[in-house]
Structure formats: structure tokens, C-alpha cells
Design a protein around this ligand. Structure first.
Ligand code: C2O
Length: 339
């Protein structure tokens, strides 16, 4: 067989006696993730309760991100394309040229999106020179947060996206079960709490039922099966937000387009928060996988310095170690609902 190109990450500087500076290895194009040396946690807060100071920072960060050169990996559209590549057959699995790499519909879902937001947030923070900057979360599991957050609906804001459902503007209450019958707001709220309880507590009784079915190297690209975290409120909020007058309900209703809407990041911030909450539910079954095929699975993301960083799932399981946490919302009413 012909020779393949070398792996530049595996270059060993040659030792030539009597010569200094003979490191002929190229600058490594991929660096391995290292935990941030942070002093203060970044606090993600509920989007319905952010103050003006915060909102101005957030808008400025997204404005700057949109204004970066189009080929800069930190540019807003490039960021959206990362999601598209990992969900829309952009990549083959290494060593399996006819198997697409897919991060939806299997156990990669929660950790992939956690890492994706992690780097997105760090880039936003670095653009405004604020390492404590944190994304907001769309608190759709809590009645005061169940409408589309108003901070995303000002047409003159960088947080706006024109491709959303015009009939679902605030104060319309989101339908977490996607049943499409119009309920009065108080009934919809109760319904949503029941939906949360079902998907997170009842159906999410084991790691694979909640986080998704195993997906190994060489696994068939057709989805092994989404967990209840992805299938339930996650998918339904995507669909509910997207514009039904557009093909595929873009932006949010179509995975390849979804991250073009800044609201995507607040939506996924809440999905990520629910993952943390799920692990605190007593009973002992609601814990992360303890399987090396999951823990050692890896992804690549650009960081705020445009370095391409290789990350592993095992390093993202504790969000506080990554330097962020969720502001405590004093009620997660659905945790105690009995349907
Ligand atoms: Cu990668 Cu909400 O989807």
C-alpha cells in the first residue's frame, strides 16, 4: 500500500548532537484540552431575569462575533457551521470512511453540546475581554421562563433571528410536549411540568434512557436512539421555535441551521442544566455512563485563540471543573409533580 501522510501530532524532535534548535516538527495543529485555571465560576443565569448590564455585554459579544471575518473560526456563522458539520454528515468516523459521524440520536448528544457551548461561551467572553462572561439559559422548565425569552426578540439586537415562529412570540407559553393543541396558559404550564417530570424523572431512569443509546466507533450512522433528554423538551423547543412558513422550519426547527439563531445557545444551556439536575435526583440510577467508549470519545473545537482543541467526554462531566455553573433557580417545580 502507498504511504499515508504522517500524523503531525506524533512528530518527535530529532536529536542531532552539537546542534541546538533543530526541532523540525510543525506547530501542532491540534492541542489537547487542559482545564482552565479559573478563580471565579462563570454563572449562567435565567434569560428572563438578566439585567441591563449583562444584556449589553451579551449583545456586544454577539455583535463582535458576527463582525469577525467570515473565515475566522470564531465568527458567528462559523460557529453555527460546527453544529451543522457534526449533525449533517459533515464528517466520517475515523477509520470508517462510509460511516458518518453523528452527535444526535445517541449518547454523544449531551457531552457534545456541553463542549460546544463551553467554547462558544469562552469566545464570547474573550471578545469583550471578560473571562467571567457566561451564557444565559432559557428556563423553559420554570413558569416564569416558559415563553421565548424577550431578550432575543428585539429586531435591532444582534440576538435577533428573523426565522422564528411569529405565533410563538412572548408571552405565548412554550409547549414542551409538542401536542399542538392550544391550551390556555395555566393549563399549558401544568402540562409542561408534567412533561418535564415524565422525561427527566420517569423516563430518565438510566443513563441510556436519559442520555441516549451507546454509539461506538464503527457504529452504523443511523441513530441508535436518542435519550429522553434529547427526544422530549429538547426536540420540541426546537420545533416550536422554528418558522413554520420556511422549509424545514428553519432556523431552530432544522438541526443543520439551528445554531444560526442565538437563542439556540440559551436553549442548549438549559438542556445542559437539566443534565446537571438529573444527576442530583435521588435513587442512584441517574448517573453518567461508566463506560470507556463514552468517557474517551472525543471532539474538536476551536478555542478563543483559534487553537483547535481535542476534548474528551470524561473531562466535561463536572461543569464546575470547566469553570461554569448555573445560577440557582429557587424552584424546579416539575421535580415534585405527580402526573
Ligand atoms: Cu445539536 Cu439542539 O441540537
Amino acid at each position: 500500500a502507498p504511504v499515508s501522510p504522517p500524523d503531525p501530532t506524533n512528530c518527535v524532535p530529532p536529536l542531532l548532537p552539537g546542534e541546538n534548535d533543530v526541532n523540525c516538527c510543525p506547530p501542532s495543529p491540534i492541542v489537547d484540552f487542559e482545564f482552565p485555571s479559573h478563580k471565579r465560576l462563570r454563572h449562567r443565569r435565567p434569560a428572563q431575569w438578566v439585567d441591563d448590564d449583562y444584556l449589553n455585554k451579551y449583545k456586544e459579544a454577539v455583535r463582535l462575533m458576527r463582525a469577525l471575518p467570515l473565515d475566522d473560526p470564531r465568527n458567528f456563522m462559523q460557529q453555527a457551521k460546527i453544529h451543522c458539520a457534526y449533525c449533517h454528515n459533515g464528517y466520517r468516523q475515523k477509520g470508517f470512511p462510509d460511516h458518518n459521524l453523528q452527535v444526535h440520536g445517541n449518547w454523544l448528544f449531551a457531552p457534545f453540546h456541553r463542549w460546544y457551548l463551553y467554547f462558544h461561551e469562552r469566545i464570547l467572553g474573550s471578545l469583550i475581554g471578560d473571562p467571567t462572561f457566561a451564557l444565559p439559559f432559557w428556563n423553559w422548565d420554570n413558569p416564569p421562563g416558559m415563553a421565548m425569552p424577550a431578550i432575543y426578540t428585539d429586531e435591532n439586537s444582534p440576538l435577533y433571528d428573523p426565522f422564528r415562529n411569529a405565533l410563538h412570540q412572548p408571552p405565548v407559553i412554550v409547549d414542551l410536549a409538542n401536542e399542538a393543541n392550544i391550551l390556555d396558559p395555566s393549563k399549558q404550564i401544568v402540562n409542561n411540568e408534567i412533561t418535564m417530570f415524565r422525561h427527566v424523572v420517569i423516563e430518565g431512569i438510566s443513563p441510556s434512557l436519559f442520555l441516549g443509546k451507546p454509539y461506538y466507533a464503527g457504529c452504523e450512522p443511523n441513530n441508535p436512539g436518542a435519550g429522553s433528554l434529547e427526544k422530549g423538551p429538547h426536540n420540541n423547543v426546537h420545533r416550536w421555535t422554528g418558522d413554520p412558513t420556511q422549509p424545514h422550519r428553519i432556523d431552530m426547527g432544522y438541526l443543520a441551521w439551528a445554531a444560526r439563531d442565538p437563542i439556540f445557545f440559551a436553549h442548549h444551556s438549559n438542556v445542559d442544566r437539566i443534565w446537571n439536575i438529573w444527576k442530583t435526583i435521588p435513587g442512584g440510577f441517574r448517573r453518567d455512563f461508566n463506560d470507556d467508549d463514552w468517557l474517551e470519545s472525543s471532539f474538536l473545537f476551536y478555542d478563543e485563540n483559534k487553537n483547535l482543541v481535542r476534548v474528551k467526554i470524561k473531562d466535561c462531566l463536572d461543569s464546575r471543573k470547566l469553570g461554569y455553573d448555573y445560577e440557582y433557580v429557587d424552584d424546579t417545580p416539575w421535580l415534585n409533580v405527580r402526573p
